[in-house]
Design a protein around this ligand. Structure first.
Ligand SMILES: [Zn+2]
Length: 121
């Protein structure tokens, strides 16, 4: 099933997703320690610094996690754009409201399905 969104809207969405991708990749790069390849910062060897390192590490890790899952969503949305299945709810196969997609370009489920899911939890 192909989505019935306008070319303009899809082009705009593609641009939004590309910008998000660049921003996320930059953030992930910033959060990753260049030497170790992990999110662990290196302030120094002292005890105080270590405590601070751990706190920063926890915060960075959470941020990194959030950024990485967001990046995954962005990449998946870009694939769906390529395939022409962008904006189709993954649960009920109905088109997702354009307003919803404008607010969050990576939405992959419609309002009704999202509601149903949230209520189940
Ligand atoms: Zn749905």
């Amino acid at each position: 099933m192909n989505s019935s969104f306008s070319k303009e809207f899809l082009a705009e969405t593609k641009e939004t997703l590309e910008k998000q991708k660049i921003r996320l990749e930059r953030q992930i790069g910033d959060l990753t320690n260049k030497e170790t390849g992990s999110a662990f910062p290196s302030y120094g060897e002292g005890e105080d610094e270590s405590a601070e390192e751990v706190a920063t590490y926890d915060a960075n890790l959470q941020l990194l996690d959030a950024n990485q899952s967001e990046l995954r969503d962005v990449n998946e949305s870009m694939v769906r754009l390529e395939k022409g299945t962008y904006g189709i709810c993954k649960y009920c196969n109905n088109p997702i409201d354009e307003q919803r997609l404008r607010a969050r370009a990576t939405s992959s489920s419609c309002v009704a399905c999202k509601k149903a899911l949230t209520q189940e939890l």
